[in-house]
Design a protein around this ligand. Structure first.
Ligand code: IMP
Length: 199
């Protein structure tokens, strides 16, 4: 069996770490920010998702010295001109409440027929003095009501276009990974790491 590679994932979001562990299996030993002693809020002040991913990875490399990767995800709703986008986590305010965020999406979409939306994830890998960016996206639409108890964040109101009409929160982890923005970006990261390790 090949040796396990240690990789710092610049997040303390347990859901994201669990998703990545489930996807990339035992090849990597993912370290969270807490496990490297980083307990402060990592700045994410860029106007773009890609910029935030880069900012977080650079911060961890510069302050803690670890090669690492970070990710930033946004939900873009077409009828809301791409909102909440870069402020997806704080759409309904600084408390980052998933319930308040989903309630605000429903309120903003009230009376609108176009409910198309997408998730986009950017991953920034800082490794061996270089930066690499990977993107994953998932097209879909906002449901009419909250459905399902799995997942996190906006999962109970997002229906992937390639699925069978269920929200992400009505799918188990393996089902969500078939369509998920993050799984797609992670697959690109994984391919890159594999090719890089082989060269
Ligand atoms: P961040 O990338 O951690 O800043 O997350 C941005 C926002 O998107 C947060 O409100 C998350 O809960 C939400 N979010 C990120 N990934 C997902 C997902 O896979 N499903 C549902 N919501 C997500």
């Amino acid at each position: 069996m090949s040796p396990i590679t240690k990789l710092v994932f610049a997040t303390n979001n347990a859901h994201k770490i669990a998703e990545i562990k489930a996807q990339l299996g035992e090849a990597y030993d993912f370290q969270s920010l807490a496990s490297i002693g980083c307990h402060e809020d990592v700045p994410e002040t860029s106007p773009t998702l890609a910029g935030n991913a880069e900012q977080k990875a650079r911060y961890v490399k510069e302050k803690y010295g670890y090669d690492c990767f970070s990710e930033d995800t946004g939900l873009e709703v077409d009828a809301l001109n791409g909102a909440p986008g870069v402020i997806t986590a704080r759409y309904a305010g600084p408390a980052r409440s998933a319930e308040a965020n989903t309630a605000k999406i429903f309120a903003e979409l009230s009376g609108k027929t176009d409910r198309t939306a997408r998730f986009r994830t950017f991953i920034c890998l800082v490794m061996n003095g270089e930066e690499h960016l990977f993107e994953g996206r998932c097209e879909g639409r906002i449901s009419e009501e909250v459905r399902g108890g799995e997942g996190f964040g906006y999962d109970p109101i997002f229906i992937p276009a390639e699925g069978d009409g269920r929200t992400f929160a009505e799918m188990n982890g393996a089902e969500k990974r078939k369509y998920s923005h993050r799984a797609r970006a992670m697959a690109k990261l994984s391919d890159f790491l594999r090719e890089n390790a082989a060269s």
